[in-house]
Design a protein around this ligand. Structure first.
Ligand code: NAP
Length: 287
């Protein structure tokens, strides 16, 4: 039986892929309503993370941030103290490597095995089972989780020991945040000088300077539909984690920190729940 905790945009789709392929899945989410479609397909509901641990052989978590992961694992009704020795916890949430190592230690003290396995790819890849897993931890543990990851993803990249999966994820999301902001500024400049918006977008996307993922944001920017695939508040959280990790490793990331504050301001101005591509709207809005 697979335990799955966290049924947001990503977790609900990942768990669905396990269920569709014949696995038995036991679910927990803070808001039960999000589990309803999966329960109709035969998943089992648990009233707490602790109850998940009583029945699961392996637990996947896909939660908002380190604080939420820690509370699901170690808080009141957390799953770690209830999970039998020798079982495997796979955390797919985007968190920082120091936090990951702390969770790996907490798991290890209880003789629980642990993988950090955050994912690259958003709502649509999660739905199609086309995520890329960036994994930190023991190779044998990864082999145990691999058949399940293969149903949720198209690639599995082992990065090294615990913490290395989370490290790689922060590297990827730093580029994501900066590329989106840079593209938004370039587009804003073009429009301000009287260039046609769609022509600027096509020129940038047809050239070599734009990141390939920006093609998937084209329609959002063109038609102003910012329904969340990846909520802006989570990317701002990731930039905060990048900044923390850089401090811990004594490197200075000036562009990352300016970018973090741009997303922070957008959050303050009400864009938290929008897709992170709404950073264009934030930067482009004039009184
Ligand atoms: P989401 O839709 O906002 O879901 C967040 C999950 O965390 C939900 O299960 C939510 O429960 C739970 N949660 C949030 N605050 C909580 C709290 N205080 N107590 C208990 N549970 C809480 O986010 P998502 O897009 O699925 O992202 C999940 C993780 O994957 C994040 O770490 C994100 O950075 C990462 N990620 C996202 C994407 C993407 O494109 N969306 C891609 C790669 C990685 P409720 O349902 O009750 O709110």
């Amino acid at each position: 039986m697979i335990g799955f905790i966290g049924l947001g945009i990503m977790g609900s789709r990942m768990a669905n892929n396990l269920l569709k392929n014949g696995y038995k899945v036991i679910l927990y989410n803070r808001s039960k309503a999000k589990a309803d479609p999966l329960l109709k397909e035969g998943a089992i509901w648990a009233d707490s993370p602790r109850q998940v641990a009583q029945q699961a052989d392996i637990i996947f978590t896909m939660l908002a941030n380190p604080q939420v992961v820690e509370s699901a694992a170690l808080g009141k009704d957390g799953f770690l103290d209830e999970f039998p020795e020798g079982r495997l916890w796979v955390d797919c949430s985007t968190v920082d490597p120091s936090f990951t190592r702390k969770m790996a230690e907490e798991a290890s003290r209880r003789h629980i095995r642990f993988l950090d396995a955050p994912v690259a790819g958003s709502k649509i890849p999660a739905e199609k089972g086309e995520l890329v897993f960036l994994v930190g931890g023991n190779k044998e543990d990864l082999e145990e989780a691999r058949p399940m990851m293969e149903l949720m993803g198209k690639a599995i990249q082992h990065q090294g020991e615990n913490g290395k999966g989370s490290s790689m994820k922060l590297v990827v999301n730093l580029m994501l945040a900066q590329s989106m902001a840079a593209f938004s500024e370039a587009l804003t400049l073009g429009e301000s000088m009287g260039l046609d918006k769609e022509t600027v977008m096509n020129t940038l996307l047809g050239g070599v300077t734009a990141a390939p993922f920006l093609n998937s944001k084209r329609d959002k920017l063109l038609y102003g539909d910012y329904g969340a695939e990846f909520p802006l508040e989570h990317l701002q959280k990731d930039l905060q984690l990048v900044s923390q990790a850089a401090y811990e490793h004594q490197v200075s990331l000036p562009i990352a920190n300016v970018t973090k504050e741009i997303y922070g301001l957008a959050k303050q101005f009400g864009y938290s729940k929008d897709d992170f591509s709404a950073i264009y709207k934030f930067l482009n809005t004039k009184e």
